[in-house]
Design a protein around this ligand. Sequence first.
Ligand code: ZN
Length: 167
Amino acid sequence: MNCTDFKSEIFNLLLDLASPANATVRAHIESCADCDREFKSMKATFALLDTWKAPDPSPYFDQKLAVRLREEKELAPAGWVERLKARFLFNTGRQFRPALAGGLALILLVGGGTVANLTGFPHSAPETSATVQDLQILDKNEQTFQTMDQLLQDDSPADDATAPPTS
Ligand SMILES: [Zn+2]
């Protein structure tokens, strides 16, 4: 074993993992200044990680959240359905698109190759891998988005001007 091998074995020592090399690594650390330094530095890092805890939220977090919730509740009777509808109607362009794309990406991630069957890329073509198929689907989606954009632009030329004021 050279020093590089020992350094990868040091993790086993740090994590208290049983490894047949542990005794050899221990012996080497005692005789090699370089590996000893590495071991001590990693040990310090691990100790630091042990003491780390997630920071508490700011002291006014609860109050601020309560205020925001109350505000939203007071706004709700003004018709959240209408506001939601307006959002979908007028923001279908730029703002809604990332969400749609994100959703599709998520479906692809979750479904992987199996979704390919649903979207018109049957597995009957064995020469194309699942990744290639996914990329083809993304490409097809991009074309769909472009078509949608064109349709939306044709239907409502004053897309942004007609958007209701957001409170
Ligand atoms: Zn060494």
